[in-house]
Design a protein around this ligand. Structure first.
Ligand SMILES: Nc1ncnc2c1ncn2[C@@H]1O[C@H](COP(=O)(O)OP(=O)(O)OP(=O)(O)O)[C@@H](O)[C@H]1O
Length: 238
């Protein structure tokens, strides 16, 4: 029997104000792999992630997460979520922030490893208020990663990072996936799709495609993911 996906969304629709932020979205996210969520600003990526995490109000349709309905209290310990705006305690040090989030999950074993993975080992003792914006974002990512949850949902984690850190972070995500973690990672940098086993392409609240990066390129006859996405939007796919 095939393994159940980590996440299954069926006919998910979310209205936010006058906007249909998610419009009849159906998709699955495989366990132990990286799924990239791509699409232009405002297409509904964050809303979909919030719906999966269980923090979005008024979600129509159904979402199963790790075998339970999205939002079930017992899922809280099994999901790590890093929002676009960093959620950290500015008056605490980097290591105290990450240790605090780790201890909420009952283990502080991975604190040093996680700080190294996000490139903050040298800043461990520094107060978050004395960091740059990009460094603060990385503290927030570390807080989501540190307990090694079964499902990690990361909203644009690489935004504002230099290419070396970006590559290192994707490498770390790959090691997590190899260990069995499921990752849903949003980005609007299409090149980052190359790090993903599967990509979900959204536009105006709808899922345009869910496929591998290689499939998207061959389906559209385009050599780059950027061009393939444009071809898909313009309906010029070969
Ligand atoms: N609180 C809100 N009230 C009303 N409309 C909202 C609200 N939050 C988001 N929206 C609208 O819902 C749509 C989807 O927003 P969402 O944040 O999910 O997009 P996104 O793809 O994550 O964008 P970005 O890449 O810029 O973060 C947008 O049109 C946005 O303007």
């Amino acid at each position: 029997m095939a393994t159940q996906p980590a996440v299954r969304c069926t006919s998910v629709t979310v209205h936010r104000g006058d906007t249909v932020a998610c419009d009849n979205v159906s998709l699955h996210i495989d366990r132990g792999s990286i799924t990239g969520l791509f699409g232009p600003s405002g297409c509904g990526k964050t809303t979909l992630m919030r719906s999966i995490v269980g923090t979005q109000a008024k979600v129509a349709g159904s979402i199963d997460v790790l075998g339970e309905p999205a939002g079930t209290a017992t899922l809280r310990r099994r999901i790590g979520y890093a929002t676009q705006s960093a959620s950290t305690y500015a008056d605490l040090s980097v290591i105290d922030n990450v240790t605090y989030f780790a201890s909420l999950h009952g283990t502080t074993d991975n604190v040093a490893e996680t700080l190294a993975a996000v490139g903050l080992a040298a800043y461990a003792k520094r107060r978050v208020s004395d960091l740059s914006g990009g460094q603060i974002n990385r503290v927030s990512i570390a807080c989501a990663l540190v307990a090694k949850p079964e499902l990690l949902i990361l909203d644009e984690p690489t935004v504002g990072l230099d290419p070396v850190l970006r590559a290192e972070l994707w490498h770390y995500f790959a090691t997590l996936a190899a260990d069995g973690t499921t990752l849903l990672v949003s980005s609007h940098v299409m090149d980052e799709a190359e790090h993903c086993a599967e990509m979900i392409l959204m536009r105006a609240g709808r899922v345009l495609a869910q496929c591998t990066p290689a499939d998207l390129k061959s389906r559209t006859g385009k050599p780059s993911i950027d061009d393939a996405f444009l071809a898909l939007i313009e309906g010029t796919a070969a």
